[in-house]
Write a protein that binds this ligand. Structure first.
Ligand code: 5GP
Ligand code: MN
Length: 350
């Protein structure tokens, strides 16, 4: 993309002055010669990985060097984004790399606690910690530039805006990664966060020549055999309470490991209880490490699952949120489902 074209795009997307200033604060920090570490939340999703790879690609175009260091490994589904990026995913040496960083960039979260095993290192480093995020939940991070807009469908959208505001060259490779970010966080451009500007940005990314079918195949049609088998086992557990519009599924303990899968393979499972007519709140329960249970929450209509998740210390978006709680599967289910029934009863609309 030429500079004139980028300026024209910035005008068409009508980036407010405030955002242009935020983007410039990023550009001032992310310069050649600095050791830049980019990180995102535990169990990174398509937006976490896509926006990270997208940012790294953009920075490399003008000679700034960045690596990716996450608290948990990159799911195999997104490894195709690293194909021509040897040595960029340094997650295995994350703490060591963070200790040498001049700048840390946190993407797709605004809370140091969501960095899992990297939280303490990031909190105590004393270097600027920049953040790009689209969640409504507040959080704490060490000081640094912020580019936060909960109106964006994906962090990848915001990375594109930063590129635009700074006139950074958006290559096909950067566009592919940002497209993955937006594609996955909008559920394939289906969720209510798919705004006109989301599609405008996606269109600009496609203009670079990336192939949407190829990306679809990489992200959604390259699953291990165990993935549909996992789906079959999880869906057997479906419970529906039509009177309050509640439905949930539970991942049978041990099944992810038995099928040789990872938590990323559970992506989308919660859409099945959500797809039932009359359901307003859908949940997915699964045991994670250390006596903790992760709950994924999705809503239909006006039910605000981010508000619901906050009662338990979780967060996310209005229609997609999550929380992880200490307890056995049965205990967490009893607590969360009781709260869900009360929550839905207090809002008997839709
Ligand atoms: P998922 O259910 O797909 O893991 O997450 C849905 C949304 O909720 C994402 O935007 C994610 O960032 C947020 N989320 C998931 N788990 C947690 C959590 O434990 N704490 C907070 N604050 N947000 C979460
Ligand atoms: Mn996101």
């Amino acid at each position: 993309m030429s500079l004139g074209y980028l300026a024209e795009m910035a005008e068409r997307l009508s980036l407010p002055v405030e955002k242009i200033n935020w983007a410039q604060d990023f550009a001032d920090l992310l310069v050649p010669g600095k050791r830049i570490c980019v990180t995102t939340h535990v169990n990174p999703d398509g937006d976490g990985i896509g926006s990270s790879v997208g940012l790294v690609r953009l920075l490399r175009e003008f000679g700034a060097n960045a690596i990716i260091v996450n608290p948990t490994p990159t799911p195999s589904r997104f490894q195709f984004l690293f194909r021509e990026l040897p040595g960029v995913d340094r997650t295995v040496e994350a703490v060591k790399e963070l200790r040498r960083a001049d700048v840390i960039v946190v993407l797709d979260i605004a809370d140091v606690d969501r960095l899992g095993m990297l939280s303490e290192t990031v909190a105590s480093r004393g270097v600027p910690v920049a953040c790009v995020d689209h969640h409504i939940s507040p959080g704490h991070l060490p000081a640094g530039p912020r580019y936060v807009d909960s109106g964006a469908a994906a962090t990848g959208e915001l990375i594109f805006e930063i590129a635009l505001a700074n006139g950074w060259q958006v290559t096909r490779e950067a566009a592919r990664a940002l497209y993955v970010a937006i594609l996955t966080d909008t559920g394939g451009f289906r969720f209510s966060n798919t705004h006109p500007r989301t599609l405008r940005i996606a269109a600009e990314l496609l203009e670079t020549g990336i192939d949407p079918e190829e990306i679809y195949l990489d992200v959604y049609a390259n699953a291990p055999e165990g993935r549909p088998r996992l789906l079959a086992e999880a869906l057997q557990t479906l419970v529906v309470e039509p009177e309050c519009g509640l439905a949930w599924v539970t991942v049978p303990p041990g099944v992810v490991e038995r099928l040789g899968l990872s938590s990323d393979d559970l992506e989308g499972v919660v859409e099945f209880p959500r797809s039932i007519a009359g359901v307003r709140l859908a949940l997915l329960f699964r045991e994670i490490h250390q006596g903790r249970v992760k709950v994924s929450l999705r809503s239909v209509g006006k039910v605000d699952v981010a508000a619901f998740a906050r009662q338990f210390g979780g967060g996310g978006h209005t229609k997609a949120a999550g929380v992880s709680l200490v307890g056995t599967l049965a205990e967490v289910q009893a607590t969360v489902l009781a709260a869900a029934r009360t929550f839905l009863a207090s809002d008997p609309c839709s």
